[in-house]
Write a protein that binds this ligand. Structure first.
Ligand SMILES: Cc1cc2nc3c(=O)[nH]c(=O)nc-3n(C[C@H](O)[C@H](O)[C@H](O)COP(=O)(O)OP(=O)(O)OC[C@H]3O[C@@H](n4cnc5c(N)ncnc54)[C@H](O)[C@@H]3O)c2cc1C
Ligand code: FES
Ligand code: FES
Length: 1326
């Protein structure tokens, strides 16, 4: 649209300061504006789609209807700046800072150890802050709700929640006095725990927290208040380069504009339009904003219903419904209750604050949680246009988008009328998603029935489903056929048959999970049947209806089908060993010291790679990736991209002066691409947006090549492997199998995305002299980046300095990959002579970087009927993707660790890494152990089922008991393992709870509980001595301050904090004298990746060594002046020309492995742990709830119990994600579908076990206790239903897996497709 008279000025406030933007671009989001224009980098980018909460800020607006100021959290990545006219924005920088005054939220999250990498922290802080602005003393429930939209990949949430709870009213714990209350447990634990006084449960001192003082908060700017009181009635227009934003001041103007631009969408929350524009390439040259039209926010209550303005946010709708429910008799509020139920689970608080009811309805997403209920509840849409008003029903025709039932292009939705329900009418809502909350539903439904008064005869029936088609689908015909029928089992059977026929889902339906969805369609119907029956029976009893005795009984066991799992507030106790009472107070080792960057994380002052301010002449790089899985590149045409004015260059393999990666692992593809996501070239442009737009203009032609392999099965068929087989053997497997019973089974373990909150990023700054480069990079291995850049540019390593200040989560994903991005960016920097910044979008990061290896395992186990395992033969295949990367090492570690905690005389372990046309999989926390050991533990569970014994008995029977040798003949003592096992059994009251679980299962048919206790013997370190070496450099300056540098990188695991604890102890100076600036290849060269759980150990020894050297040098001075201060001694040392700088070194633990002989001492030591988890599953939906987890880990002498407990919990929750919700989906063409936090579900705060007790340090694998507890529950179901107890184990145990394993009449009645007759939407790659 032409720009006739220039843009209007956009006026809003940020942190109390006025912003007047004269050229506001409608395409610019608040996140970009804050970070790039205002330099407020505390607000982070992590997903760009509103689904992670890292960019949470608070917006305050004057509400024209209530005339009050509304404070609400939003995700800045979805807020167009143009929508902020007249609003006040508060960011993490606006509420407090280290330099001025900390806000209590910031102080408490840091001091409660609620930050690790700190990348999610500003978002968490702002969600809590917005909550406290509305509720000074919130309930714990409100706290959970406020934090549900914020993801954290490090902490496991418990510590974050603890910090928030310090603001809450104490009334929430209804279990006080029952022994289940968190407070009671603390008391119980501290009194009985080991009856020792050296056990502690306090990780922070609450009493020291400053109080929350609401008078200190920023006020709503008076200028904005004046603007709101005398609103500008004229139309505001903001012209961007491509898009024009028009915000009329009156309803009449809006209708005129809509008539003039009928194709222009109305932007309300932008939560539907925004993601579609970002990810699906939707483009709208004109956007109409009705934000200033108060008529669209009006709520009217009449005697027969509620009319809610289309612009009301979903959060407001939630409040309006809750209010009506409290005011009206229950019979009138059936529809409102159903809507409220879904509003509680729909998205996070931020999205509900932004998204509008109108936007929700008009978007007509197939997964819409509200439309099915509104449709069955007979809602009406009130429409407006210049022509006048009109009503249309929100029915199946509207939802299907039929033109005759839809809005006309010039019409807008003014409001929605939702009638009250009537007596003898029941409305229920159902929903099943990958996890309980904050996940898009797989299937949802709204169901309503009206009975002839005083009878069970159906007078009216409506059923609508979401998730089973391209729009909400109505089962209208089925409902019609059921009119007049009685509410009984016969009707239910008929209803299931009819609905399955009407709501049919083809085998190839988008989204997959077809059989699961079909099952849910009827399972929901069954739940509806039971719920209504229960209500009906209450009603007839109330009205003494004659003949009501014929209504079918609901057996007690069936009542368990009725209730959904409630959201509970996690509670728990963390215990650790106190330091020796003789340890000097100034010695911080062993104390729960706060993370060094904790306060900086909480205030947004911690600088991550992309927070470094734009440097002079900086350019942005974006990567071009292959859309084919295996193809020859015929041509690359980037002429059109280069024609774009802001595009500076396109970097291809030809521009690489040195080596282009390895022979089989090129940095930039040359002639051939090996997977979708293979990097082909890179665009360099003035801004990130321009670089990304230019990518669209690059034309690449391909010629597909054969073979194309995605699955392990295909790789085996094609003999496609990345490296030779790895094998370990002991005893005589063949002979042993001849004498015992056997089971042969398969196990499939899916991969895992690292999902570090900070995506891969790098900033390369070329210097003017001697080809020097400074590289700021988010990596676990700066030396590797340095080396790769050196070989790529063909310049010596000494010209390249890599700096790592901190990393926003790594988990193995930033060991190898950052070197690729660093090298490509460096080529761009050298070619253009400009600094280059490369920040991967979440989608690209997930597409390109690979993750944990999916695994397919086959085992054959021979056992006696008392459960003693005599022989075990395991063969594992991992899906390595298209290049070797770390796959050989992962295979080796997998094989070395397969035996876990068990002594089995006759063993054979074999492993192979498959080469497939998928992005290369790489290092990931646990390095093969979490996948492989799941095979071993599944085998134990299968043996237990065959022997009719509980799995824990088989585990105990076969566990190492005395000093022994592993399969690779490394000696070790299992004493600690046994101690952990016994302690976990005792602390979790395992045996009594096992009985309670069985009791529960006997009484409940549709819900089952499961419990599992899993041991872990985890070897730490690399299988090579040279990989354990570490160095440190410690300088003492003349004022006595000390600068420590070491080879480890701060990934959130608190390594810098621990290193300063060590230095403080060794130098005998307080930690306040010590500082760590960054990890740099210029200060400590040739470092080893921070990985394999030994970072703090080996670097700690190097730091210790450096400090000891320095102290030795200072000894004569100290001896001479023992009463002197540290400063005196340092001054004297300087005068006496004693060097105050020392290098510390640790040569490494001896470790080796001889694969020829199958022998070695590959690991420096083992850590042991045991976890016990209990879950409850809903057999009808596959959902599960984690009731309780107890972890006992041996942390030896913890350097910092707060940090170690945080690591334990974080790893546990990450493991739980791996085994329960994190599911990667690939298309049959090898395209990763699950490329955002919408499609890939890492655990949220609501996934934390209801009771979470921890002791000591743990690994990912302990998360499998949840998996085996689920399996335990499933086994109980199958036993009860006489289904075979052994079934193919598949991880993750998603609701789909669980539901389909709980075979029943509903799984039996669904149609099954012949796999040969359709192309599935996704393929299993493990
Ligand atoms: C992270 C995330 C999680 C989510 N989770 C869920 C979930 O679990 N369940 C679920 O059901 N939904 C979920 N959603 C979807 C969400 O409910 C919708 O995106 C939202 O309700 C749309 O409202 P909006 O105001 O943002 O619409 P916008 O994006 O502003 O507009 C959407 C469309 O509605 C039209 N429109 C808006 N108002 C009017 C009007 N008054 N008259 C005519 N047309 C109008 C616009 O023209 C546009 O085409 C999620 C969204 C996100 C981003
Ligand atoms: S929600 Fe905005 S970056 Fe994730
Ligand atoms: S601390 Fe939450 S993502 Fe790292």
């Amino acid at each position: 649209m032409p720009c006739p008279s220039g843009s209007d000025a956009l006026v809003f406030f940020v942190n109390g300061r006025k912003v007047t933007e004269r050229n506001a671009d409608p395409e610019v989001t608040l996140l970009t504006f804050l970070r790039k224009n205002l330099g407020l980098t505390g607000t982070k980018y992590a997903c760009g789609r509103g689904s992670c909460g890292a960019c949470t800020v608070m917006v305050s607006k004057h509400d024209p209807v209530s005339k009050k100021i509304r404070h609400f959290s939003v995700t800045a990545c979805l807020v167009p700046i143009c929508s902020l006219y007249g609003a006040a924005v508060t960011t993490v920088e606006g509420i407090g800072s280290i330099k001025t005054r900390l806000h209590p939220v910031q102080e408490r999250i840091a001091k409660s150890h609620g930050t690790q990498c700190g990348f999610c922290t500003p978002g968490m802080v702002m969600s809590m802050y917005a909550l406290l602005r509305n509720h000074l003393h919130p309930s714990e429930k409100q706290l959970m709700e406020a934090l549900r939209g914020n993801l954290c990949r490090c902490t496991g949430y418990r510590s974050i929640l603890e910090s928030g709870k310090t603001f809450c009213m104490m009334t929430d714990c209804h279990q006080k006095g029952t022994g289940k209350c968190c407070m009671d447990q603390r008391e119980n634990h501290s009194s009985s725990l080991d009856r020792k006084s050296d056990i502690c449960t306090e990780l922070f001192a609450k009493e020291e927290f400053q109080p929350l003082d609401p008078t200190q908060e920023l006020i709503f700017p008076p200028e904005l208040l004046r603007m709101a009181e005398n609103p500008e009635k004229g139309t505001l227009t903001f012209y961007g380069e491509r898009v024009t934003w028009i915000s009329p001041g009156t309803l009449q103007d809006l209708l005129e504009l809509k008539a003039k631009h009928p194709e222009a969408p109305l932007v309300l929350g932008n939560t539907s339009l925004g993601p579609a524009m970002k990810s699906q390439g939707h483009f709208h040259p004109i956007l109409l904003s009705p934000a200033r039209i108060s008529e669209l926010s009006v709520v009217t209550k009449t005697s027969d219903g509620l009319t809610i303005g289309a612009a009301c946010s979903l959060a407001q709708v939630k409040d309006i419904l809750a209010e009506s429910i409290s005011e009206l008799p229950e019979e009138k509020t059936q529809t409102y209750r159903a809507l409220l139920k879904h509003l509680r689970t729909l998205a996070g608080q931020q999205i509900r604050n932004m998204a509008s009811l109108g936007g929700h309805i008009i978007s007509r997403h197939c997964y819409s949680d509200l439309n099915p209920i509104l449709a069955v509840g007979n809602a009406t849409l009130n429409l407006l246009s210049e022509e006048g008003t009109r009503q249309i029903p929100l029915n199946e025709h509207f939802l299907a988008g039929l033109a005759s039932a839809d809005l006309k292009p010039e019409e807008i939705l003014e409001s929605v009328y939702i009638p009250h329900s009537r007596k003898w009418e029941f409305v229920f809502a159902f929903r099943q998603a990958q996890c309980l909350q904050n996940a898009l539903p797989d299937v949802n439904a709204g169901m309503r029935v009206l009975f002839k008064e005083g009878t069970d005869t159906i007078e009216d029936l409506s059923i609508a489903y979401g998730g089973v088609g391209t729009a909400t689908v109505s089962a209208h015909k089925s409902c019609q056929q059921l009119l007049g029928r009685h509410w009984n089992e016969l009707m239910l059977d008929e209803a299931c048959r009819l609905v399955l026929d009407e709501v049919s889902l083809p085998g190839s339906a988008p989204g997959g999970k077809v059989e699961f969805k079909r099952t849910l369609v009827v399972s929901f119907l069954f739940k509806f049947y039971l719920k209504v029956l229960k209500e009906l029976k209450t009603l007839v009893r109330q009205f003494s209806v004659p003949g009501s005795s014929r209504y079918p009984e609901i057996s007690d066991g069936f009542l368990s089908a009725l209730e959904d799992f409630p959201v509970t507030i996690p509670q728990g106790v963390q215990t650790y060993q106190k330091v020796d009472s003789h340890q000097p107070l100034r010695d911080p080792v062993g104390r729960p010291i706060m993370h060094l960057s904790g306060l900086k994380h909480a205030t947004g002052e911690a600088i991550f790679c992309d927070d470094i301010p734009r440097v002079d002449k900086e350019l942005f790089m974006a990567l071009v990736t292959s859309t084919r899985a295996h193809a020859k590149i015929i041509s690359i045409d980037f002429s059109e991209a280069l024609e774009l004015p802001e595009v500076v260059d396109v970097i291809t393999a030809k521009d690489i002066p040195g080596t282009n990666g390895g022979e089989d692992d090129k940095l930039l593809a040359v002639d051939e691409v090996l997977c979708v996501g293979h990097v082909i070239c890179a665009v360099v442009a003035e801004t990130d947006i321009q670089a990304k737009q230019a990518i669209e203009k690059i034309k690449i032609t391909y010629e597909d090549l054969e073979p194309v392999i995605f699955t392990i099965e295909d790789a085996i068929k094609h003999n496609s492997f990345l490296c030779p087989e790895k094998k370990l053997e002991q005893g005589n497997i063949k002979e042993a199998f001849e004498k015992v019973d056997q089971i042969v089974e398969e196990v499939h373990v899916g991969g895992q995305e690292h999902f570090y909150m900070e995506t891969q990023r790098v900033l390369v700054i070329p210097k003017t002299e001697d080809k020097e480069l400074d590289i700021y990079v988010s990596t676990q291995d700066p030396a590797h980046v340095q080396k790769t850049v050196s070989s790529t540019l063909n310049i010596p390593i000494n010209r390249i300095t890599c700096h790592v200040k901190r990393v926003g989560g790594g988990f193995g994903g930033k060991v190898g990959r950052p070197s690729v991005f660093g090298a490509i960016a460096a080529v761009g920097a050298v070619k253009t002579g400009h600094p280059i910044r490369l920040v991967l979008d979440r989608e690209d990061d997930m597409l390109i970087t690979g993750g944990r290896h999916p695994l397919f395992g086959k085992y054959k186990v021979g056992f006696m009927n008392n459960g003693r395992i005599k022989a075990l033969d395991i063969e594992c295949y991992i899906n390595g993707g298209c290049t070797l990367d770390h796959s050989e090492l992962v295979t080796e570690f997998l094989i070395l660790k397969l035996e876990n905690a068990y002594k089995i005389r006759n063993l054979r372990f074999r492993g192979r890494a498959c080469m497939t046309n998928l992005p290369s999989n790489t290092a990931f926390r646990g390095f093969g152990f979490p996948q492989g050991t799941l095979v071993t533990e599944s085998c134990i569970t299968a043996v237990a089922a065959k022997c009719g014994l509980p799995p824990e008995k088989i585990r105990e029977k076969n566990m190492y008991k005395t000093v022994d040798k592993t399969i690779y003949k490394q000696a070790f003592s299992p004493e600690t393992l046994i101690r952990c096992w016994n302690e976990c059994l005792e602390r979790s009251s395992f045996h009594s709870r096992r009985m309670q679980v069985e009791e529960f299962n006997k009484k409940n048919y549709w819900k089952k509980k499961g419990i599992a206790i899993i041991p872990m013997k985890f070897s730490v370190g690399f299988a090579a001595t040279s990989f354990h070496q570490a160095a440190a450099l410690v300088h003492i300056y003349t004022d006595g301050s000390v600068l420590v540098t070491h080879g480890g990188n701060e990934l959130g695991q608190g390594i810098h904090t621990k290193m300063l604890q060590v230095a403080s102890r060794e130098l005998k100076v307080p930690m306040s004298y010590l500082h760590i600036c960054e990890t740099s290849t210029a200060t400590v060269p040739n470092t080893i990746a921070t990985a394999a759980s030994v970072g703090a150990d080996v670097n700690g020894r190097a730091v210790q060594n450096a400090c000891q050297i320095l102290l030795k040098r200072l000894e004569p001075i100290i001896k001479k002046n023992p009463e002197g201060t540290w400063e005196n001694w340092i001054e004297a040392a300087f005068e006496q020309r004693i060097s105050l700088s020392a290098t510390g070194y640790f040569r490494g633990y001896k470790a080796f492995m001889d694969w020829e002989k199958g022998e070695g001492d590959p690991f420096p030591y083992y850590v042991y742990g045991v976890a016990c988890s209990e879950v409850e599953i809903d057999c009808l939906t596959g959902a599960h709830k984690k009731t309780r987890t107890d972890i006992v880990m041996d942390a030896c002498c913890s350097l910092n119990p707060a940090i170690d407990i945080g690591q334990i919990e974080g790893a546990f929750i990450q493991g739980m994600g791996l085994y329960t919700t994190e599911e990667l989906q690939y298309s049959p063409e090898g395209v990763l579908y699950s490329r955002s936090s919408d499609e890939y579900k890492i655990p949220t705060i609501t996934d934390v076990p209801e009771e979470f007790n921890g002791l000591g340090e743990s690994g990912m694998f302990l998360g499998s206790s949840v998996f085996f507890a689920i399996m335990d529950a499933v086994a109980a179901v199958r036993r009860e239903r006489d289904a075979a107890e052994d079934f193919t184990v598949k991880s993750p145990a998603t609701p789909e897996q669980v539901r389909m394993a709980c075979a029943d009449r509903f799984t039996e009645m669904i149609p099954r497709d012949d796999p040969k007759t359709f192309k599935p939407w996704s393929i299993p790659i493990a």
